[in-house]
Every structure is written in structure tokens, then in C-alpha cells.
Design a binder for this molecule. Sequence first.
Ligand SMILES: Cc1cc2nc3c(=O)[nH]c(=O)nc-3n(C[C@H](O)[C@H](O)[C@H](O)COP(=O)(O)OP(=O)(O)OC[C@H]3O[C@@H](n4cnc5c(N)ncnc54)[C@H](O)[C@@H]3O)c2cc1C
Length: 483
Amino acid sequence: MQNEFDVAIVGLGPVGALLANCLGTCGISTVALDRESAAYHLPRAVTFDDEIMRLFQILGLIDEILTITEIGSAALFVDAEGETLVHWDRPMTPTSNGWCPNYRFHQPALETVLRDSLRRFECVEQRWNCNVTALEQDDNGVSLTCDRPGGRETIRAAYVVGCDGGRSFTRSQIGSGLLDLGFHEEWLITDLLLPEPEADPDRHTYHYCGTARMGSKVFVGSHRKRWELRLNPEDDRATICEPDTVWRILEPWITPAEAELERATVYTFHSMIAERWRNGRLLIAGDAAHQTPPFMGQGMCAGLRDAANLGWKLARVINGSSPDTLLDTYQSERFDHVQAYIDLTINLGRLINATANSVTRGNVTDAGGGPQTMSQLKPSLGPGLTAGNSDLRGQLCPQFDPDGDEAAGYRFTLFSTAPLPDDLSAAFAAEGCVVSTSDAARNWLQEAGVAAVLVRPDRAILGTAAAQEIATLLPSAWTMAGS
Ligand SMILES: Cc1cc2nc3c(=O)[nH]c(=O)nc-3n(C[C@H](O)[C@H](O)[C@H](O)COP(=O)(O)OP(=O)(O)OC[C@H]3O[C@@H](n4cnc5c(N)ncnc54)[C@H](O)[C@@H]3O)c2cc1C
């Protein structure tokens, strides 16, 4: 059995599985290890956004993902009198990312797609029943000790990425503390199965603010329903998940005659970010690096963005195309981005708890007496890799043509207003960069007042350039400002 790899991923949840897809696409030899015998069979995440659908498209997974998702609609924050306090509009039409703002899914089905798709890659191996219990790094790599049912084994990898969840062992080995953003609450999560799929479901999510039972009715597709409800101080923690208790709590909305209780469980929602995401050859991603309450449906999304940010950087470092310091830009770019989502989520949590009467941060506008309206949050990346003109750096580049990202895949793309001179075109191609001059891209470039834009594999803009300065977008001219 092969026991030496470029990258070992600890944890095959959604983030580990997406990172393995990114690395597999780049041809990096990867082993993904999980201590369980199979993936977790019950849902946690139920929603993701247009950026995440775009990532699935880039990685060639879109056909499978479309079969397991349904489009979601607005989220309404409603007070005890039924007045809408905040309307988070999510039109069911494509954004500049080429996909709708919101999708609903069953997490086990999504994870199955992400794991099964790894079979495409000869360079990626999955190992279950493999509990990582020690990590020792030296100048050349990391030795991982794995406890397996048949005994103990050692794996060597140049880099280890801990996608090992909220209680991450890898994070403890990095020696990172946690920045506590102050939100910790117990919530009852109930998932219900419908006997027949709903023909015309209500696709909104409702957050009940300041009511006797604060919480959320979440659209999770036409086969299921979910209520996420905050525990009150007087709730008996020992019996709250018993079916009789759950049905009593759900009585205002649904009865046992209408649905089967699939599961009821209590989660404690946290809001935390690890202070250190890298120590030498050890890195962390996903819940291992940050945790957020689910009111914006962004916990897993943030982890998937981590994977897309990190995958190509690891590939460049392992291939010798970039120095190891490129990996420092991973935390510096992702930290502020994820914090922007967590801060707004905490604000929404305060609104639900009626300790706030409006949302004061994020993409929010006051409609003069009516409900506040909120739109998608689109933070830029924090400081990191830069090239050429950095005015638009760190923003997501629009998907100019409907199938453009699928054709480019998880690679750099240079869009320019005019064809490049042969030598420059060859220099970008030698770096594995797709060079493109579509009409839609040309219009956008002209509006932005630039001749070219270099887009990274994760679709963030690396930099733009005037016609005479396009060579400043080549890797030899990149600069890094990692932590
Ligand atoms: C109720 C609820 C609702 C949510 N709703 C949403 C939502 O709508 N949208 C959204 O984006 N997010 C949502 N989230 C958050 C989302 O579920 C998580 O962010 C996501 O599952 C984290 O994925 P991960 O891969 O980082 O970690 P995990 O899914 O926790 O996976 C970690 C894996 O690591 C393995 N592991 C751990 N330690 C070891 C070890 N030492 N050796 C080997 N393997 C190990 C575990 O077995 C596990 O398989 C929600 C969360 C909850 C609780």
C-alpha cells in the first residue's frame, strides 16, 4: 500500500472532500483520511449560495449537483406580531456568478457526490476507519500516525490539511488559540420527512424573532422540512429531543399526521475563528478553522471557499511553481472574509433573540419605515497575493459566459480585450493559464477601464492591467502579503 503522498487531508467531511477534488484536479497525490467507517448520515447544512454552485461547476461536478439541489428563495425575519423586520431578498435568477443566490440540499447526498467524484482521480485515495492520533513535522514532511482497526500505520506527506471539524486534532497540533466572537447558544434541530414531495413548496425561510419560541422554519427542498429552534432556559435538556416533546413544540406548524420525524438533536452553535491556520507543513480548513451559527447558511460555504483558496496554492508549492510562502496568503486572504460572514450572522442571531431590533452591519438598507432589506454579502479577500493593478483584487470575477467556468476549470484564466502577442500568450500558457477574449469579457474589461484581468482558479481576481502592462500579471511579477 502506498504510504507517501504530497498531501494528507485529515477528515472527509464536505471540506476535506472538496479539497481532495481541487488537489485531484491539479494532479497532486493525495490521501484523505477519516476516522469513521462512513460519512455522517444526518444533515447539518441545508443551504449554499451561488459562489459555491460556481465552485462545483469549476470542478466538473455540476451535473451531479443539479440533481440533488432545489432553488431557495428569500429569508424573512418576522417579529411576534408577524411584521417583517428584515427581508433578505434572494431572487430565483442567476447572479454575476452564473447561478441563483440560494440552493437547498440534503448534506449526506452532497457529501456522496463530493466523495464519489474522487474516483475520477488516480492520484487521490480515500481511507476510512483511519483515526489520526499524531502529527510530527520535520524539514521534509509530516509523519501521520493513524489508528486503524487492524493496527497502527504511519503515512508520510509533504503537507497535512486538517479538515477535521470543530474539535480539530490538527488545530491542536498547530497550537492555535481560538478567537471567540461571543455567540454560543443551544438550538433544537428537527428534520422531518414528508410522505410525498410537495408539488409547489414555499421556498422562503422564516426566522421568528422575539417570539415565545424563537427560531427558524427552513426550506430544505420538497421532500423534507426543518425547524431550528432556540432552547429556552426552562426547557428540560434531558427530554427535549423525545418525539412527544418535539411534536408538542412543532404543534403550531405541523403534526405527526403530516410528516415523519427523521431526527431531533441539540447543537450548540458557536462563533469562533482559529488564530493560526498554518504552522509549517500543517494547515487547517473548514470548521477546524472557523465556526458560525447557521442563520446565513454559511458555515460549510466558508469551508468550501477555504478549500478552493488552498488547493491551487498547495499544488503550485508542491510543483515548485511558487515558494512555500504562498501558503501564508491562505489565512490572510480568508480570515477577514469569514469574519465578515460571522459578524453579520451574529447580528442576525441577535435580531432573532430580540436583543436587537435591526441589522446594523452588512449589505443592509433601511426602506424608510418598512422592513430593512438585505442582499448577499460579497466581501473581498483579505491581504494576500497581488499582481498588476490591485483595485479589483480579491473580488470575485463575474462568470462572463454561461459555460465559461466549466471550460476553464480550476485553472487561471487571463481575459483580455484583444489577442495577446504570441510570446506573451505562450508565457501564460506555460503557467497552465487559459487565455480568453470573449465579447462579454471585453465589455466588462472596457467598463472597468483595463485591458486584461487575471482570474485565479477560485475565480477571485488576482489583478488587472493596461495593454502595455499585461506581463505584470505573470507569476514572476506576483507579490505576496501573507501573515
Ligand atoms: C444545524 C446546523 C445547520 C447548518 N446549516 C448550514 C447551512 O445551511 N449551510 C452551511 O454552509 N453550513 C451549515 N452548517 C455548518 C456545516 O454543517 C459545517 O460547517 C460543515 O459540515 C463543516 O464541514 P467540515 O468538513 O469542515 O467538518 P465536518 O463535516 O465536521 O467533518 C470533519 C470530519 O473529520 C473527521 N475527523 C475528525 N477528527 C479526525 C481524526 N483525528 N482523524 C481522522 N478523521 C477525523 C470526522 O470524522 C469528520 O468526518 C450547519 C451546521 C449545523 C450544526
